[in-house]
Design a protein around this ligand. Structure first.
Ligand code: UT7
Length: 337
């Protein structure tokens, strides 16, 4: 289930960060006009108050390119040799969306491919990029999580539509040393396809979800992955300053926090304003937390994710001193309107 970092090659070090959200916010009250639900039900069962929904003409590549552009600007270097895009909502069945994003960024010619691990996609993409760096295939890699998850539920499905939303987040990784701030620790990855039916989108159909079962797996797997990643980093849970979990439901994050004795002040929680943005969720939460001071340079972070597949993953890093980026919740990219 795990891929601990025993490779003697260079470490992958975070040195750029960016995010993009569509400007259109849809409140629970607005959803209630179309669905048999209530603001109170959505808030108390999920923690979500509003979510950003992209206009129909905005693609996953648009969101990904906006987040990646900000990440490249934040580190002041676009000298990357590979682009790894985690997404469940590629623009086309083929080709992958990553080459389009690379071309949009003026990076035609570099390696570019998609990774599909649903809401764990960003952690899988980090591990893939770290491998490219450790093997010497690339010295700098753009890692993007971008999804238009709001396009997947049926318009009249009150069980899924309030949850899912759109967005993108990105980091730039460079070759470096394990001892540096920003160096990714060992990455824990896992999957269990026997439970694929708990959350799936059939070909040509809409999202189907068995929420309560999925909820239980999410808590169990995220707790185990967090414990394992922290242990492989040589830390204890008490050493973690901030856990940055996939934002699926605030009750899932709360349950993980309770099981691991990580109090609310050490949990990054952005779901109230973003909903579940799939592979974008962790880098978006990181960007928001770095912008509002919830995550500070020197903080020991654990990123932990769970998604359909089932898939799960976690990793650790000490947050580096990056150039401050604008809050994705307040900086609504104009080109996405
Ligand atoms: O990102 C990938 C990972 N995603 C997840 O892990 C999601 C995990 N699951 C969840 O977050 C939660 O299970 C949900 C938010 C999806 C549902 O919350 P729940 O507390 O598990 O509710 P439930 O499915 O057990 O439904 C409770 C009741 C049902 O009514 P009855 O049978 O008790 O009469 C549902 O029909 O709530 C009803 N319900 C709603 N009522 C108002 C379901 N959706 C709604 C709704 N508004 N939107």
């Amino acid at each position: 289930m795990t891929s601990p970092r025993t490779n003697p090659g260079p470490a992958a070090v975070v040195f750029g960060l960016g995010a993009a959200l569509p400007p259109c916010s849809v409140s629970n009250a607005q959803l209630c006009r179309e669905l048999d639900t209530s603001d109170e039900w959505i808030r108390t069962r999920t923690g979500i108050r509003e979510r950003r929904i992209a206009d129909p003409g905005v693609s996953t590549a648009d969101l990904a390119a906006a987040a990646a552009d900000q990440a490249l600007q934040s580190c002041g270097s676009s000298d990357v040799q590979a682009l790894v895009l985690a997404t469940t909502t590629p623009d086309h069945l083929m080709p992958a969306t990553a080459p389009t994003v690379a071309a949009r960024l003026g990076l035609t010619g570099i390696a570019a491919f998609d990774v599909a691990a649903v809401c764990t996609g960003f952690v899988y993409a980090l591990a893939t990029a770290a491998g490219l760096i450790a093997s010497g295939t690339a010295q700098q890699v753009l890692v993007i999580g971008a999804d238009r998850m709001a396009s997947l539920p049926a318009p009249d499905d009150r069980t899924t539509r309030p949850l899912f939303a759109d967005g993108a987040g990105a980091v730039v990784l460079r070759s470096g040393d394990d001892s540096e701030a920003g160096a990714l620790g060992p990455v824990v990855l896992g999957s269990d396809g026997t439970h694929r039916d708990l959350l799936l989108v059939p070909h040509g159909g809409h999202m189907q979800m068995q929420g309560p079962q999925l909820f239980r797996h999410a808590v169990t797997r995220m707790c185990a992955a967090t414990r394992q990643a922290v242990q492989l980093a040589g830390w204890h849970i008490a050493d973690v300053d901030r856990v940055v979990p996939h934002q699926a439901n605030s009750r899932i994050t709360d349950a993980v926090g309770r099981h691991l004795a990580i109090g609310t002040d050490r949990r990054v929680q952005t779901i109230a304003h973003t909903g579940n943005t799939g592979a974008a969720s962790i880098p978006l939460a990181l960007a928001q937390a770095a912008a509002d001071g919830t995550v500070l340079p020197g903080h020991r972070l654990c990123l932990t994710a769970f998604g359909a597949g089932l898939t799960w993953g976690a990793t650790t890093l000490i947050w580096p001193d990056l150039k401050p980026a604008p809050s994705p919740l307040h900086d609504t990219a104009k080109e996405l309107s």
